[in-house]
Each structure stands twice: as C-alpha cells, then as structure tokens.
Design a binder for this molecule. Structure first.
Ligand SMILES: *Cc1c(COP(=O)(O)O)cnc(C)c1O
Length: 361
C-alpha cells in the first residue's frame, strides 16, 4: 500500500458532518460575504493565537500584501526577507512596489539568521518579514531586538506555523502583524482559499478590514485604495469547526515527528529541537546529500515525499534577473531537503514503515 504525502479527503473526513451542517446553515441564511461566520471566526482565531484582533482575508498572500500596504512605505523601500522562503513572501514585497533584501537562514533551523538581519539594514530598510518555516518559530527575541534598534516594522509570515510558539508565546503575536494562510494543506486548512491578519492594535485591524473591502469603513464611502480580499462565510464556518481541533491536529503531527526524531538513523539531518520552541511540523524535513536518490528509493518502496522547495527564489524564472546575490545556504537547503509524510491522516504505523525503509537506505 502506498503511503501518500497528504490526503485531503482523509484529512477532512472527521469534520464532514459538521461541514455539511455549516454549509446548509449558510444556504438557509442566504448570506455569503462578511457576515456572522466571518466575525465569529475572527474572534475565535484571535483568541486562539493570543493576538487580540483579526481580519479574515482571501488568502495568505493577500495577508502579506495587505500588511505591507497598511504601512504605505515609499516606493523603493527595502524589506528584509529570508532567502529560502516560499515565493509568496517575496511576491508580496514586489506587489507593493518595494524591494526585497534576501537574508540567509541559519543552516540548522532553516529560519532567518538574526545576526545577518542587522548587516542587511540600510537607510531604506523599513521592515522585516520573518517566516516561521516548516512550523518552527524564528528566534523572535533576537528579531524583535534588532527591529527595535533599527526602527523596523515586523511582519510575521505564519502560513506554516498556526499554533507554533517561541518561549510560550504564539507566532504572529510578536511583530506588528501576523499573516496566516488557510490553504487546504496548512495545519489549519479551509476547503478552498483563505487567510488572515492578526494584530494587537484594534485600529490596525479596522484599517485592514476597510482595505480588504475596497477601502471603505462604511459602504460606498471609500477611505483607502483598497482591494477585494474577503474571507467568505462558508470557509469561515468550516474554519471555526476545524479550529477546535487545531491543537489536536498539531499534537498528532508532533507525535509523528517525535517518532521520526527518535527512529531515524543519524545519516539524515533532522530538524533541531530546543525547549524555547514549540514546533507544529507543518512540514517534517530531513536533509541528505543524495536527496534525489533517496526520494526515488522511497517512491519505489511506495512512500511519497515532497521537496520544500526544489528551486530557491533567486533561481526562479520570475526573479532571477532581479535577485542577483549569492545565497549558498539557501541553495544547500534546496539541494538536500526532503519532506516526509507527517499529516493528521497518517498513523504511527505508517510512520514506523517510513522509518524502517529510510533506515535501510
Ligand atoms: C502557503 C504559504 C503562503 C501563501 O498562502 P496562500 O494562502 O497560498 O496565498 C505564504 N507563505 C508561506 C510560507 C506559505 O507556506
């Protein structure tokens, strides 16, 4: 039997009855955009994160775009971002007419190296967008200290880190904004696209709520050059249901990750663990010199894996003429990283089989 990397049917099976009830409730009400379900979810998600206010949006990318748009930085301002992030973080910067400045990650945590942030600051730097990659928080004590010293805004890309924390404080609550995606495969996934911003200042979220809705606080009176980026009622209803199980989903992934951590032989470079960080393993990666051969070998043994990510941002067709620096750490990660099955729908027995097959490589 094939062990899949992910299976969205199985992942959602447990919630299906609830989804159907919530969907028919929306049909009966005949209310689909910006209603009770969105505001209820916003309140619940803000409470879950320990942030105070939340705006539901159409996607994780939009959350990043709107967080930057909120500050209205002068065109050409620089925004620091990790060189090994998913492309969306960098696209959000370009989509605001700003300039991404790529900073290399730490080779052990795969997250932005705080020491290198300071070296990248210039008179044009306005913000740093940190990414809690694979479900591990960045070192937010160091990031916030450097940001404060240099007068930088901090936006946290939490698309892979719902519920992850650093020294007991959840990701998304350190910086000015925490940006989330509810893409179906994320730890908190909808049945379609969705996203959110959280912040601790009510005025900031009030402005984001206006910006997501053509820039108006009051219908037909437009204060800002806004966009249309609303989380819809049906997705918000699904997300409220699933949010109740997010800790359980994360705990399951943590349990599977622990099996890998203890069972895999040391030929594989495993994620680092440290008591300051509670990781939620959106993705469980190992690194290996012969990554491609390992991946083929696993597939021959009926185990599917993924690569996050095969091509670093500075080598992407769309960006390679714009991003000219050398990013050897990012390249080393992209060449050696392999993501193993670690989903809510996997059983410990399946993981035990992956471990056995891996250890025979
Ligand atoms: C998924 C993801 C995004 C984008 O989220 P969408 O909802 O797909 O737009 C942004 N950043 C990171 C790190 C992601 O993993």
């Amino acid at each position: 039997m094939m062990i899949e990397y992910e299976n969205l049917f199985l992942l959602n099976q447990q919630f299906m009855e609830g989804y159907k009830e919530s969907f028919s409730d929306s049909l009966d009400k005949g209310w689909f955009v910006l209603g009770d379900k969105v505001s209820t979810f916003e309140t619940e998600f803000a409470a879950y994160c320990g942030g105070k206010y939340c705006a539901g949006l159409a996607s994780g990318l939009d959350a990043l775009v709107l967080a930057l748009k909120y500050f209205d930085f002068p065109e050409g301002s620089e925004v620091i971002v990790p060189s090994n992030t998913y492309i969306a973080t960098i696209l959000a910067i370009y989509n605001n007419g700003l300039v991404p400045v790529l900073v290399e990650p730490d080779i052990h945590t795969y997250n932005i190296d705080p020491l290198k942030i300071e070296a990248a600051v210039t008179s044009k730097t306005k913000a740093v967008m940190v990414v809690h990659l694979y479900g591990k928080s960045c070192d937010m004590a160091a990031v916030m200290q450097i940001a404060d010293l240099n007068g930088l805004r901090v936006i946290e890309d939490c698309a892979q880190a719902h519920g992850a924390s650093f020294r007991g404080k959840k990701t998304g609550t350190f910086g000015d904004f925490g940006a989330f995606s509810f893409y179906p495969t994320k730890n908190l996934g909808a049945l379609g696209d969705g996203g959110a911003l959280i912040a601790s200042e009510p005025g900031m979220i009030a402005k984001i709520k206006a910006m997501r809705n053509y820039g108006c606080h009051e219908k037909y009176y437009n204060n800002y050059i806004g966009v249309n980026s609303r989380l819809d009622e049906i997705q918000a209803g699904f997300l409220s249901l699933k949010l109740e199980f997010l800790d359980q989903i994360n705990a399951h992934k943590q349990k599977l990750a622990k099996l890998y951590q203890e069972g895999l032989k040391d030929d594989f470079i495993k994620p680092v663990i440290h008591p300051d960080y509670e990781d939620v393993y959106h993705i469980y990666t190992v690194r290996h010199r012969e990554r491609d051969r390992l991946r083929d070998y696993l597939l021959k043994n009926n185990i599917k894996t993924e690569i996050h990510y095969p091509v670093p941002p500075h080598h992407q067709q769309a960006l390679k003429t714009r991003l000219k620096g050398a990013y050897p750490i990012s390249e080393a990660i992209h060449q050696t990283t392999l993501s193993l099955p670690v989903s809510y729908c996997h059983t410990p027995m399946q993981i035990a089989r992956v471990i056995d097959v891996m250890n025979a490589f």
